[in-house]
Design a protein around this ligand. Structure first.
Ligand code: COI
Length: 362
């Protein structure tokens, strides 16, 4: 697309102010959507393909052929980022260029087209400007933005699609786990792995999440909020949770998170926390950490806090690890976890200095 011009098709019957305010009074996670969405289409051609027909249109059902490749071969990727309302009413996003870059890394892995960074940023600006009234301003609240790209071509042969759609939808969000922030319980999956070497683990593609759901069901059946995946080929080193990364706080001032081995997702929140940890004088380590080291570290007092992080989860303390019949109570400390959470949210909501230049005004 030579020029980024978005057509705007207004919603003929958007929600009333009262309906919107009722939703914003208690935003859960991912259950209500704003009045509009962004759509851009891509068609392959002899010049390597092009994006066209960028538009902001009413949020609503998508027309898709039953033969669309995404429905059969799961050629799909997505992103997650948030828009925050600051005290002066201005609206900001957090490191959107990092999401644009990750979307393109995922696209490369899933044989989908590259979306120019400027088009990604413009798609976010366009949607948030159309639905600015939907950005909540309460404590820990934001407008969750979900860009996604999928193979829309109707064709049953197995090859990368020649027709692709990119969309962005938005949903007001509070705490991912519902209610007030409280420590969550994690179930260790011993039967299922999330990703294998050479697979799609580092990409943010729907298929990774589809494969995690049976393990997440198992976790829920045991009363846990999230499932923990291990790498059985590396002494059961910790990979990630169903939809978030994991951090360990050590008594001696170390902050440890699993290294990026190609099988876990490179979280934007994860990389931001590594920086905030350095800023706080913690000794940051990205390395393999096994579930046995987790249990032993908690028992010896060496590990004082464990937490989950992600765009949706923000920073959430992990209170308990269930490993079969074994219950590993987390140490219960939350000092460092909450300091990191407050610093991150402070930057995102404009109450702390954005010393790394992470915030982008929309
Ligand atoms: C996010 O944190 O943005 C995620 O994508 C995690 C999950 C909701 C799938």
């Amino acid at each position: 697309m030579s020029e980024t011009t978005f057509r705007r098709i207004e919603h003929p019957s958007p929600r009333t102010d009262a309906e919107r305010e009722q939703i914003l009074a208690a935003p859960g996670f991912g259950q209500d959507f704003t009045d509009h969405m962004v759509s851009i289409d891509w068609t392959n051609d002899e010049q390597g393909g092009s994006w066209h027909d960028a538009r902001v249109e009413p949020y609503g059902p998508i027309q898709l052929s039953p033969a669309a490749a995404v429905l059969h071969y799961a050629q799909e990727i997505f992103e997650g980022l948030k828009a925050y309302r600051h005290a002066d009413g201005s609206i900001w996003t957090f490191r959107p260029e990092a999401n644009a870059a990750r979307l393109n890394r995922s696209a490369a892995r899933l044989a989908l087209p590259q979306l120019p960074e400027e088009l990604f940023l413009e798609s976010i600006r366009e949607l948030v400007s159309a639905d600015a009234a939907w950005v909540p301003g309460g404590d820990g609240e934001a407008l969750y933005l979900r860009p996604f790209m999928y193979a829309s071509e109707a064709f049953l042969g197995v090859r990368s699609a020649n027709e692709v759609a990119y969309k962005v939808i938005a949903s007001p969000a509070g705490n991912y786990f519902g209610g007030e922030l409280k420590p969550v319980t994690i179930w260790v999956s011993r039967d299922y792995a999330r990703a294998a070497a050479g697979g799609t683990g580092a990409a943010k593609c729907g298929g990774n999440y589809a494969g995690s759901l049976v393990a997440q069901q198992e976790a829920a059946a045991h009363g846990a909020n999230q499932v923990l995946f291990l790498d059985p080929t590396h002494e059961n080193s910790v990979e990630e949770l169903g939809g978030m990364n994991v951090f360990f706080v050590f008594a001696d001032g170390r902050l440890v998170t699993p290294e990026l081995t190609g099988t876990i997702l490179e979280g934007v929140t994860r990389s931001s926390i590594l920086q905030l940890g350095r800023d706080m004088g913690l000794q940051v380590e990205e390395r393999r950490i096994t579930v046995d080291e987790w249990a032993a570290g908690v028992a010896s007092g060496e590990i004082t806090e464990v937490f989950a992080c992600g765009t949706a989860a923000v920073v959430t303390p992990i209170g308990r690890l269930l490993d079969g019949d074994e219950v590993i109570e987390s140490p219960g400390g939350t000092d460092v976890t909450l300091k990191i959470r407050e610093t991150l949210l402070g930057i995102q909501t404009g109450t702390a200095d954005d010393i790394h230049g992470w915030m982008h005004r929309l």
